[in-house]
Design a protein around this ligand. Structure first.
Ligand code: 5AD
Ligand code: SF4
Length: 445
């Protein structure tokens, strides 16, 4: 039996694609291993959203080849594969095959071709019509949490972003299938699902089947209500796009306890000039209106975001606008990135005129401001009771388990291993800027 080692970079969509690649391999009698040294086949599911992620791929292939010369088959999947295609063989001649973002269902055929003597081929084709979206029990990244893709691709073309090129146009999965899938997951004991897509708010299936009985201002909010009605205990969704974030989503959360208290709404910048250059399609005032609506909910919805600093032509005054935006929004967490030009995007034609030194300085200043805001928000959880899905053993000394709240905060807790997979009431006794610490009190289900 051939052994396969699969390494995944990047977003939840890649993690989800990898789960299905492993499912197919397992069903065709390959053995999945976490030990790259003993593997016959090494696969990299790649990310191209920032330059750093792409470089990591080349480093990792170099490491595998340096240690094992040409004994292993090496395949590249995912976003770098889709964007680079056959040019990857020029960059790294030791790659055996390349499978694009929608071709990953043909992983077994690709490996068999290499075993049959072919090499250096690329498949960048579309998904097969009978592509299976389900994941076997053994290949899930978690026994208790499942990622459920609802929409693939992106039509937004923000000027800095490579995703519309690597993932193609938006395609929504049929609602009836999504709902059936979640009903099955619930029966298998899954407690939490994440509805995933580059822009979940643009969800627009070809047919209404499965949504008929559910009202809502958009297809996405109807889907949220339909998924809530399956009775699965926790539902989270990422990523939301501000312009398409209809406030009815907040109403749906208010009405349904199992829609979790968390919205990830990337803002990218606080400056209207930069938002225009990024072609985000919203002003900072529009964004604030959505934030006001989210904050007005009686559910204490936590809010997280992505921010890019150092976009072309970002002046000190634009950066000041991002600092003000941070103070206005009071995010529970923010992922901050230094702008990195991606070849093929419109922004890569602009001059990358914010120096590396300025980027570093702005990054640190924004990070410090966020940490200070965030610490205060986390402090408000002290002595409060939260409900936590215990996911794993904790790596922190003095704590047994770790998990997340409905509002997606990491909690380390003291409690018995039998609680893994359970939703437990936890009292918080310590709060750091990014993590809560607590002990189990009372009930678990
Ligand atoms: N440079 C820096 N950050 C980027 N992101 C996307 N493209 C780039 C880029 N070219 C960030 C955005 C996005 C997140 C997933 O990655 O903030 O929301
Ligand atoms: Fe990229 Fe913008 Fe699409 Fe998000 S919405 S994936 S940032 S193009």
């Amino acid at each position: 039996m051939k052994k396969v080692y699969l390494e995944t970079f990047g977003c939840q969509m890649n993690v989800s694609d990898s789960e299905r690649v492993s499912t197919v391999l397992e069903s065709e009698n390959f053995e999945l291993t976490s030990d790259e040294h003993s593997a016959d086949i090494v696969l990299f599911n790649t990310c191209s959203v920032r330059e750093k992620a792409e470089h990591k791929l080349y480093t990792r292939i170099g490491e595998v080849r340096a240690q094992h010369s040409n004994k292993k088959i090496v395949g590249v999947l995912g976003c770098v594969a889709q964007l680079e295609g056959e040019t990857l063989f020029d960059k790294n001649p030791s790659i055996d095959f390349v499978l694009g973002t929608k071709a990953s269902g043909r992983i077994v055929q690709a490996i068999e071709k290499v075993l049959g003597g072919e090499s250096r081929f690329a498949d960048l084709g579309e998904r097969d019509p009978d592509y299976l979206w389900s994941v076997s029990q053994t290949q899930k990244h978690s026994r208790h949490i499942s990622f459920v893709p609802i929409i693939e691709g992106c039509n937004k073309f923000c000027t800095y972003c490579i995703v519309p090129f690597s993932r193609g146009r938006e395609i929504s999965l049929p609602a009836a299938e999504i709902i059936r899938h979640i009903q099955n997951l619930r029966r298998e004991g899954v407690r939490e699902v994440h509805l995933i897509g580059q822009n979940v708010n643009s969800y627009r299936p070809k047919r209404l089947e499965g949504l008929e009985e559910f009202r809502g201002a958009t297809h996405f909010s109807r889907l949220l209500r339909a998924v809530a009605a399956t009775g699965i205990e926790r539902i989270k969704f990422t990523t939301s796009f501000p312009r398409d974030f209809h406030t009815d989503i907040v109403e749906a959360i208010n009405e349904n306890e199992n829609l979790c208290n968390w919205v990830h709404l990337p803002v990218q910048s606080g400056s209207n000039k930069i938002l225009r250059l990024m072609r985000r399609g919203h002003s900072i005032e529009n964004y604030f209106q959505r934030i006001d609506k989210i904050k007005s909910s009686n559910r204490n919805i936590s809010l997280t975001t992505d921010i890019i600093i150092g976009f072309p032509d970002e002046t000190e005054s634009d950066f000041e606008d991002s600092l003000k935006m941070l103070d206005y929004c009071q995010f529970d967490s923010a992922y901050i990135f230094k702008y990195s030009p991606r070849s093929g995007t419109p922004a890569s034609q602009m001059t990358d005129n914010v120096s590396a030194g300025e980027k570093k300085q702005r990054f640190t200043e924004l990070e410090n401001r966020q940490r200070s805001n965030q610490t205060k928000i986390f402090q408000t959880f002290l002595n409060k009771q939260v409900s936590v899905l215990a996911e794993n053993y904790s790596g922190k000394e003095g704590f047994d388990l770790s998990g997340r709240t409905s509002c997606h905060k990491v909690v380390h807790l003291k409690g018995s291993p039998e609680l893994i997979g359970k939703i437990v009431d936890v009292k918080i006794f310590e709060a750091k800027s990014n993590t809560l610490y607590g002990k189990v009190v009372g009930n678990f289900i």
